[in-house]
Write a new protein. Sequence first.
Lengths: 283, 411, 312
Amino acid sequence: MRATRGRARLTAALSTLVGLVVAAAFLAPIAWTVLSSFRPAAEAAQPPLPPWPTRGFSLDAYRTLDGFSGGLWLHAADSGLVAGSTVVLSVVVSLFAGYGFSRYRFPLRNTCFVLVMTTMMVPFQSILVPLFILLTRMHLQNTLTGLTLVYVTLQLPFSIFMMRNAFDAVPREIEEAARIDGVRDLRLLVRVLLPLVMPGVATVAIFAFLNSWNEFLAALVFLSDESKFTLPVLMTAVRAGRFGSIDWGAVQAGVTVMMVPCLVVFLALQRFYIRGLTAGAVK
Amino acid sequence: MRAFETLLAAATALTALAMPAAAQTLTIWSRSGQGDTLEAVAKAYGESHADKVAVVTLPVDEFVQKYATAIAAGNAPDAVALDLIHTPTFAQAGQLEDLTAWAKGLPYFGALSPAHLSVGTYQGKVYGLPLTTETSVLAWNKDLFRKAGLDADKGPTTWAEWKADAARVTALGGDTHGFYFSGACGGCYIFTFTPLVWASGGQILVDDGAKATLDTPALKDGVDFYRSLVAGGMVPASSRTDTGSDFLSIVDGKIGLQSIGASQIGVLTIKYPDLHFGVTLIPGRDGGTSSFVGGNNIVVTKGAKSVKAVEAFMEYVYSPEGQRLMVRHGSLPARSDIAADVMKGQDPRYDVAVAAIAVGRTPYSPLFNDIINSPNGPWAQMMNAAIFGADPASAIRDGQTRMQDVIDAAK
Amino acid sequence: MSATSLPTAATAAAAKPKDRRRRKRRDLVGLLYVLPAMALVVVFFVVPIGMTAWMSLHNWPLLGVPRFIGLGNYVRMWSDAGFWSSLRFTLLYTAVATVAIFAVAFPLALFVERPRPLGALFRTVFFLPVVVGFATASLLWVWLLNTDSGLFAPAFQALGFTPQRVNILGDFGTAFPAIVAMVVWKVAGFTMILLMTGLQGIPGDVVEAARIDHAGPLQRFRFITLPLMRRTLGLALILCVTGSMLAFDQFYIMVAGGPRNQTVTAVYTIFNQSFVSFRLGYGSALSIALLAILLVLSVGQLWLLRDREDAR
């Protein structure tokens, strides 16, 4: 009996150890980049062995990065604005749509739903040119608004799927009870149901943030004013090299700047995120 | 279809209407990696004139796409500093303003860079005029040459000398290599490798770009020369995947020889003062020299409202003051009649770069982006396969077939 | 948790006529709720798709006048070696990446599914790379894989594995596994979470019963775990396959389709035709073809899934 327990404990310890090793492997690329970004300019082109600064901590890499295009803050603000608006719009639109698809039996409901879901299977690269022409016609080309609207559309299939499932999971009795109390329509949705589908909203918001913050090709094609470039577009200039060589320090700094908000948002909200995601996956 | 075109036209008209009538700020698009020449002249122009010039820099790899999509969408800028080799593409597509009357009226028209005008002229009309000028030259690291026991003040004049120098520098050991080139970069090969072919009497495109002539002894010789450098371990391993982002590897002080652009002479001297380097003309196999004359043409988008403003700006650029300013910021002079004057006091290495204009060429093709510059196009693929692959002869044959296919398909 | 995911007919109970009329009016309100979403999808998705289909019937240069050529582009596609080789590579990549992702994600899911010390930490860390963008991850890894300034080549040299610094991205034989490794690092956590959810959905008593019947761990996995996870596996598979079929960022940013065009994917070909060669018509035709392939794949997978569900 004691031997069995001892062996079980050994197995548990071993598997924790294996877990730690694998976790370290998953974490390593991120840690490596963040640490390396604080090396002084003179070390930027050296292999990151070790990754941390050996000759003192330095912000050189960030200063170099700041020297590209309109500067780091401007482009971070552009990215933040686009990501923020995408989050708000995605949540509002998919909240309504999810509610509509879950609770109403209007004509063409299934067709509409399948249509939205099909969006997921279409490489948007293939409709980039028509999109560009459309945006121009609407005077939205080269605007952050136009880019945001495209991002929201790209987010819709996942968001609506998520929100519809979230509403499906809410017992109808709650609504019936609220209706009897005279709470209807928008008020019913916002006051009564919204708190119940909050995990779904959080999932939609986080996905919208991550995807719009990280998107690169549409931003590259739709924006032509340097001052409107989002961070990934700024990074193409860094990746393409300046004065005939890549500044790897600036690449590391840029990767860090683009990663950190994603990591922070995820770590802060992961409970909602994973729960929302798994709730969607089970169905 | 007709409706679609009408809508497109309407969109164009609307975009034009939306623009301020008294356009006091002229926007010029320019590609990245061009130094600050244009910005400097634009700034000086703005300080001395009522009109202002704003330079918008776009990533070089996406530049042609962006300009073309902007034209298609009807919101292209009035003026563009266009990589000169792309002028035929846009001129042939009928998207550029005919500048012939104004250009030919310039008293110094005959002195403007012939390479720029050759690609800037389509069916007898002038669509592009020289803005910045650039040539390819061969640079060597004097410190490494000295260390390797070579004459630090003499660059190679034949391929045999080139290879011997590279071998001696490589023999220094460590991370030091004799030669570097961006091995996965079509635009770099055309800039630095074709001069080898030209200097040996070869051509890669003839008949205004209608016929590819890749499968020639001159090109094969050049490929074999590069292969021998790679096989001899004289080229860093990173070369074969470099899509041009590390075009100036010589700056790290561990490269013996490298072909560079004249505009980079300024970058090297200012940003890397510790790097002591010489430049010479890119030699042919047994002597002879050549160069790629590059740079930017100024072009005006068809239907632009501010043609006059562009012309006024260009007249400033061509003035002795403007030319002097351009030269100080890394461009070569566009006007040969005042070249000697505006080059006075410049780094003597620029003299080599100016001399290169006389022996240099610029290939002509309306499909330049497609067949030469694209990282996935026939030229870049062929060069990489021929130099780094197992079977150069068949790589060149394939490249010839595929390039001709693209040219024919576009007819 | 048992609600259906696929739109099924409403379980309409017999209603009185007056109720039905009110019901109908109420249902129309539903249309209002989905209207903003539908408007966005129509304007930024349906219309562009329609334009793509229309353009695919034309010789449509980006600059210049489009010319109607019927099915000319589709005929040309038939003999376009570049397109077929990119399609072959895309399928190869999809197969390899999917297998690799599942090979990593399944053990991870089994690992994090059980309560254990530091379990939450493990789950978080394995998932972390998922939130990093593909472009960001590609930039990060292109640095790590760089010959002289990266991590791997100098480290391999320092450890004596290779006599010189090797250009990992210079050869298909090393570049392809390296990129797949990057993708696995970036995506495995996502698949892991999906699979973990499926694992948690398996009733404990079923597993316990099998254990009492002396079913070994492998047998339990094969005959209990897998069948009961069919739906989750299906979802994870569809997401994995679709994502891989549309791969572009990593091949564009990390190797530019190299070495020697061996990693040009289908979307990459479309991008090149449309934005490098400016053959918008032909690019559109390729898009339509890829779309058809994806639809067939997805519908096939969905159908298989639903079929089994009914059979159960």
